[in-house]
Design a protein around this ligand. Structure first.
Ligand code: CTP
Ligand code: MG
Length: 219
């Protein structure tokens, strides 16, 4: 079975909760616990968690100090990971479901990397600094990229061997595979697997996850 890298070392500035986002309480448990539960339900038992300085990783996981950028956190986690294919996931996507892990890992059968992605519902236009529209993109070919992102081990190692300034430009790890010539496949996911970035997102996640909790015992 594959190894999961759970990146949880960000500071959560845009959320503004006064502590690292992945450890903010969400529907009764720290945010990252929701992703850990989905990983375990998908049969993934080896999990490396990149944590902020001074923060403990959850029991049963391997903790490593995260890096300055997200990709550096992924690189640090990979260095501590047991052998095998790898699936990288943002702790900031607590609504992930077990089948998304299973589907991205299965898609490695014919690609170096397989990434969860949702079709884009809005029309997307490109505009210049003057806000004049320069193009309307063909929406049927556009995908909003999420995590989980699954990788053949060698492809991710090659991708993350890039210099730190290249890593700092990466908004996802799949791009690092693209730039080193690897094949990347999209695996259809749902917009429900959104990233918690702002207090508004946290509120929506809270409402959706509250439905998944077992009912409170009767008094
Ligand atoms: N992350 C990380 N190490 C970093 C930066 C980010 O492990 N140096 C992780 C975050 O913990 C999060 C995921 O990468 O799970 C996606 O990042 P983002 O949503 O940007 O989270 P933060 O960086 O924490 O938030 P912000 O950018 O608002 O500070
Ligand atoms: Mg960030």
């Amino acid at each position: 079975m594959a190894v999961a890298l759970l990146v949880a070392a960000g500071s959560g500035e845009r959320l503004g909760a006064g502590r690292p986002k992945a450890f903010v309480e969400l529907a009764g448990r720290p945010m990252l616990e929701w992703s850990l539960e989905a990983m375990r339900a998908a049969g993934i038992n080896d999990v490396v968690v990149a944590v902020p300085p001074g923060v403990q990783a959850p029991p049963g996981t391997i903790g490593v100090p995260g890096g300055t950028t997200r990709s550096e956190s992924v690189r640090a986690a990979l260095a501590a990971a047991p052998s095998g294919d790898v699936v990288v996931h943002d702790a900031a996507r607590p609504l992930v479901t077990p089948d998304t892990f299973t589907a991205t890992l299965a898609a490695l059968a014919d690609a170096d990397c397989a990434i969860a992605a949702a079709p884009v519902p809005d029309t997307i236009k490109e505009a210049g600094d003057d806000r004049l529209v320069t193009a309307t993109l063909d929406r049927s070919r556009l995908w909003a990229i999420q995590t989980p992102q699954a990788f053949r081990r060698a492809a991710l190692e090659r991708a993350l061997a890039a210099p730190d300034d290249v890593l700092a430009q990466a908004t996802d790890d799949a791009w690092l595979v693209e730039r080193t010539g690897g094949t990347v496949r999209v695996v259809e996911s749902t917009p429900a697997n959104f990233k918690v970035t702002t207090p508004h997102d946290l509120r929506i996640a809270e409402l959706l996850l509250a439905d998944r909790l077992p009912p409170a015992p009767a008094h």
